[in-house]
Design a protein around this ligand. Structure first.
Ligand SMILES: [Ca+2]
Ligand SMILES: [Ca+2]
Length: 109
């Protein structure tokens, strides 16, 4: 389990990001913001891979994204050989929304 304090929504205050393993292969990320004198959860992401979640400005626009990987089951392959796809999430003002890496000019994809 890991805890980070990052201003993930860009409002100048840091949020608490908690990530932890889930099940045999999965990873979960929960994001809490300090609002009205208490922590409230503003986001909860989960994937079926153990890679976890990276926080960074992966497209160089000055805003932070959350990067993780999910198994691409579309190939119909078993878990160990199935390819993985990179997922990016970005705060859209009210929720974390998935943004396609293809729409971004990734620096280190
Ligand atoms: Ca913030
Ligand atoms: Ca960015």
């Amino acid at each position: 389990m890991g805890v980070e304090y990052v201003d993930i929504d860009g409002d100048g205050r840091k949020e608490m990001l908690v990530q932890y393993p889930a099940g045999a292969h999965g990873s979960q990320l929960r994001i809490f913001a300090w609002r009205q004198s208490e922590f409230s959860e503003i986001g909860h992401l989960g994937v079926g891979t153990p890679v976890g979640f990276d926080i960074g400005d992966f497209d160089g626009d000055g805003k932070l994204e959350i990067r993780t990987e999910e198994t691409d089951w579309s190939a119909g392959l078993p878990y160990v050989t199935a390819p993985r796809i990179t997922l990016l999430y970005r705060w859209n003002g009210s929720a974390f929304e998935e943004v396609s890496p293809k729409k971004l000019d990734l620096k280190d994809a």
